[in-house]
Write a protein that binds this ligand. Sequence first.
Ligand code: MD3
Ligand code: FE
Length: 213
Amino acid sequence: MAADLFDADLRTEPLAPGAAVLRGFARAADADLLADLAEIADGAPFRHMLTPNGLRMSVAMTNCGALGWVSDKTGYRYDPADPETGRPWPSLPASFLRLAADAAAQAGFEGFVPDACLVNRYEPGARLSLHQDRDERDFGAPIVSVSLGLPAVFLFGGTTRSDKALRVPLVHGDVVVWGGPARLRYHGVLALKDGRHPLLGPRRINLTFRKAG
Ligand code: MD3
Ligand code: FE
């Protein structure tokens, strides 16, 4: 039917200028993404980083790509090496690169080549408080975020912390692209609710692709 031609568009929900949700965009690739993630986590295990205040983050993290996002008592930074092992982070697998570029293009950002992928693992109760992503060199590139596993409620705020935040439910396979005027908006994730996902069990994985360097 002709409706098929428009499915991709119907599933692209504009959130705000520069931000769009691509519903289900990563679903067809989920098995490939998770197989590649298992290898990444073998080489660079998930860990709970410390915030500059010395608090243990409830979200467990790892990275792949030339640069990895790291937090410790000295602050936040992008590091070419995993501080736990001293080795470079695992490289970005082809499945990750393809999905990130395809999603960015779908949202209007052609030629997106990320050099960093932060992998966030949420278990029930884990949350990410309202923050901005501002450790990257170039705010001209978008950020692509891929949700896998249990559903979560994403908070999409404004340009100051006190702006009222929109609540955006995200489920397995949803992809969000943030760029342009949305790039520096505050955002966060509400505490993950209990549940079990057929592929991932009691957890949610978020892949965040960035051009950091
Ligand atoms: C909105 N992670 O790791 S990325 C993060 O679900 C982070 O784990 C979220 O925020 C998660 O920093 C999803 C969503 C995101 C990233 C950058 C943004 C949303 C954004 C920049 C501007 C506005
Ligand atoms: Fe963020």
